[in-house]
Design a protein around this ligand. Structure first.
Ligand code: FBP
Length: 273
């Protein structure tokens, strides 16, 4: 496990990963609510917000856009990913190597593992190459640990999420991203399962400000080390405002209520100007 104290992808032991691999994983539909988000420039602008410790993108987006932002934003290069056009059992193509990620200026690498898929064995073997390659480059590894597949009907059951968090520790991830298992006790159990490795919560589909910030607050109180979020930021009309709120909850220990109050106060001040 890498000591993340020196890594720019965490601040005070916590991370806010802005996820933007949706163009591959979900397709253009995710950009429909706010069409300008189809332009990666818009996301890299958000990546410069103080709350964001790193931004997760695929190789092509990194090649085309990161050179203009490398002084102002950190890069988490996602090394595998598959489109929503694929209709087979859950699997993910390895699209980039840790060596090339390092060449592109990555501060960390990311990899999706679908535990429980009929392809779990080959994915775990691919993860071994990625994890050891990342160690050679001195890059932390973030696992998107998403149990899925024919045999798994409910991928957010507490036991399943605890297992997902444990897979990250066992296979050598420094940070493991899991879905919220629905309540703080279950999240606490998942974080305990990850032991010394860190757990971040996955953002999920867009909800309202209050519901989202309350879930983040619960996850942080349960021992999570932050958040990896896409749609709940970039599908908002005012993504900067929710990033302000997330900064308070994740890095300053504010409650959701306190964060909502300051977001409201800022919005009121802006409308007075
Ligand atoms: P969201 O916050 O939008 O859920 O993004 C996190 C993420 O893991 C992305 O990196 C990825 O593209 C997407 O969720 C996968 O979502 P799904 O649960 O539909 O596979």
């Amino acid at each position: 496990m890498l000591p993340l104290t020196d890594s720019p992808i965490v601040r005070d032991g916590k991370a806010l990963i802005l996820a933007y691999d949706h163009g591959l994983e979900h397709g253009p539909v995710d950009f429909e609510p706010v069409p300008e988000t189809m332009d990666p420039e818009r996301i890299f602008e958000l990546a410069t917000h103080d709350a964001v410790t790193t931004t997760a993108v695929q190789k092509g987006v990194a090649e085309a856009y990161y050179p203009s932002y490398e002084d102002d934003a950190n890069l988490l290069l996602k090394l595998n990913g598959t489109s929503n056009l694929w209709m087979g059992e859950h699997d993910s193509a390895v699209n980039c190597s840790p060596e090339y990620a390092a060449e592109l200026g990555a501060d960390a690498v990311g990899f999706t593992l679908y535990g429980g898929s009929n392809h779990e064995v080959e994915m775990a073997e691919e993860f071994r190459d990625v994890q050891e390659g990342a160690r050679d480059q001195g890059l932390p590894v973030v696992m998107w640990s998403y149990p899925r597949g024919q045999g798994l009907k409910n991928d957010t059951k507490p036991d399943t999420i605890a297992y997902a968090a444990r897979l990250g520790l066992e296979l050598g991830a420094d940070i493991t991203k899991v879905k919220y298992p629905g309540d703080p006790e279950a999240m606490e159990h998942a974080c305990a399962m990850a032991a010394k490795s860190k757990v971040v919560m996955s953002g999920g589909s867009k909800t309202d400000d209050r519901a989202f910030l309350e879930t983040v607050e619960e996850a942080m109180n349960a021992g999570a080390s932050g958040l990896a979020v896409g749609r709940n930021v970039f599908q908002r009309e005012d993504p900067e405002s929710i990033l302000d709120g997330l900064e308070e909850v994740i890095f300053e220990g504010a409650t959701a209520e306190e964060a909502l109050d300051s977001m409201g106060a800022e919005a009121a001040a802006a409308s007075d100007d």
